[in-house]
Write a protein that binds this ligand. Sequence first.
Ligand code: B4P
Length: 182
Amino acid sequence: MKQRLLFLGPPGAGKGTQAERLCAAHELMHLSTGDLLRAEVGAKTSLGQEAAAVMNRGELVSDELVLAIVENQLKNQSGGWLLDGFPRTLIQATALEPLLEELKQPIEAVVLLELNDAVLIERLISRGRSDDNESVIRNRLEVYREKTAPLIDHYRQQGLLQTVEAHGSIESIAISIEKSLC
Ligand code: B4P
């Protein structure tokens, strides 16, 4: 199976859920920028305080801040990895490329999890995190369309994109993801 992966998709598509399973099964490092940011928020660091306000509005945290976090994690990694929720903007994607070149660790596949808005909203409302109320969710979906969706064509042009329908049981989606990575 491919060893250096990236998960792309709207908020609530199940990136975190599927990334956790796949990484446990194949011993990949799970690098979730959302989880890393929430850890900073929980630890009440100055970085966390800055990030909390942005996340609770459904906006994206600054590219500089997220890039610094990712660079730090990847530099200490020698095995396979899965980037979950990063990159989220073309600026982040463009900055990632020279870093991976320097580390001689090119991306092998990008998995796009696709799901319609009605199911996304329903899933996020029942998840119930502090940034999961309906008006914030709608803002996150708009931010996704404007800033993150352009990455779909970016990775399609590089021949890396695999699209997986993220509707159905967690197990059946996990099987489709595994198939797309063989
Ligand atoms: P993330 O932590 O990445 O979370 P997400 O996109 O909202 O959710 P995900 O797709 O992982 O869905 P999940 O598995 O939880 O981002 C949060 C915030 O962090 C962003 O809004 C932004 O502010 C900031 N951020 C993160 N990365 C950034 C970056 N690179 N740049 C700037 N800012 C950044 O699934 C959702 C729910 O559905 C769960 O409750 C799950 O149990 C359920 N579920 C999953 N699969 C299911 C299924 N098949 N059936 C039914 N329910 C399912």
